[in-house]
Design a binder for this molecule. Structure first.
Ligand SMILES: [Zn+2]
Length: 345
């Protein structure tokens, strides 16, 4: 079908007193998705249909992230990533290698299949980037309080600050009854219109970890035969909850041993505190203080992960050294040592 629907996008400004925003040209062309991703479409056993609940109701916006702040130490002066000119929700079947509609123009018009959008960095912004001890940072932002429901990871290269790859899975709880899962998903993902894709795609945490280990091995970040920590890479989380509390709890619920690469991590809030010398209690606060707009759906794990990755890119651009902030004791797994004196408790 050659029916292409183009909505009249109005010129739009995000309301923020500090943000430097560029109003849009309403005829900004939609970025076309290239067909090189079609490999993933063939592996689907849960084909998405046009009844997906996710609606593209977001305004088109083009934002340059430039701070006007002068009172902070060090000064926040750099311009980092520019948010995609025409924001579209991510195809959540695609992120899980289950999209079968890559040749459907209407589907491509409605959903983006480019995870790197909004994470591009200008070469000019690399001027203050420090030499890091780690080559890759794996941003992780779990969703699910009772059991893990979503496991999204984005790799950022610490030299070029480029988006390298992503891993995303919805996770099916193991301990909860079907009825409880239904209610849980309705309450959490129903609100943002992605409950159907969750039900279509979620797999157990054990399966997620198996697939994740294949992915990390393919990226030469970890080898199952050697075990241990990630190779010249580390997880970056917003807070300690994800790896200090939630993953060990889920491993217990799933009757699994704690994988060895979850023994240390970087809490971005501690890095932020020690670098900018100011406290931020969460991702939204950090973004507000850095004059960065929140992109996507807050509390959709993959969108939050992208936003945290953007904050990380910004901190790198501003010249921070990214170091491990917490390490679990190998002799007593309950014990976590925090490596920064000043930290967010
Ligand atoms: Zn798709």
């Amino acid at each position: 079908m050659a029916l292409l629907v183009r909505f009249p996008f109005a010129t739009f400004c995000i309301l923020s007193s500090k943000s430097l925003l560029i109003p849009l040209n309403p005829v900004t062309p939609v970025r076309r998705v290239v067909s090189t991703f079609s490999v993933s479409a063939s592996s689907s056993s849960f084909p998405p249909t046009r009844t997906d609940k996710v609606e593209d109701n977001s305004p088109s916006s083009s934002v340059t992230l430039k701070s006007t702040s002068t009172e902070t130490t060090p000064a926040v002066t750099s311009t980092t990533t520019a948010v995609s000119k025409r924001w579209k929700p991510i195809c959540l079947y695609y992120t899980q290698e289950k999209c079968t509609m890559m040749d459907d123009p209407l589907h491509l018009e409605k959903f983006t299949h480019d995870l790197s959008s909004g994470l591009q960095v200008n070469v000019a912004d690399l001027e203050n980037v420090r030499t890091q001890n780690l080559d890759y940072l794996l941003v992780l932002d779990l969703e699910g309080k009772v059991e893990i429901l979503e496991f999204p990871v984005i790799i950022i290269d610490t030299k070029t600050l480029e988006f390298v790859d992503f891993f995303h899975r919805f996770v099916r709880p193991t301990k909860m009854s079907e009825k409880r899962v239904e209610e849980y998903i309705e309450g959490k993902y129903g609100k943002i219109g992605v409950d159907r894709v969750w039900h279509d795609t979620a797999i157990t945490f054990e399966e997620v970890i198996q697939q994740f280990e294949i992915w990390t091995t393919n990226h030469h970040l970890w080898e199952p035969e050697h075990g241990g920590a990630l190779h010249r890479a580390a997880f970056v989380t917003c807070g300690n909850w994800d790896l200090k509390t939630k993953v060990p709890q889920q491993c217990k619920d799933s009757s699994m041993k704690l994988p060895p690469y979850f023994m240390e991590w970087i809490n971005l809030k501690d890095i932020y505190l020690n670098f900018y010398k100011r406290r931020a209690t969460g991702m939204v606060t950090m973004m507000k203080e850095l004059n960065m707009p929140l992109v996507g759906k807050h509390h959709l794990g993959i969108d939050d992960t992208k936003n945290i990755a953007r904050v990380l890119q910004r901190i790198l651009v501003d010249g921070a050294l990214i170091q491990i902030t917490a390490r679990r004791s190998s002799s007593s797994l309950e014990k976590v040592e925090f490596l920064f004196k000043n930290r967010i408790v």
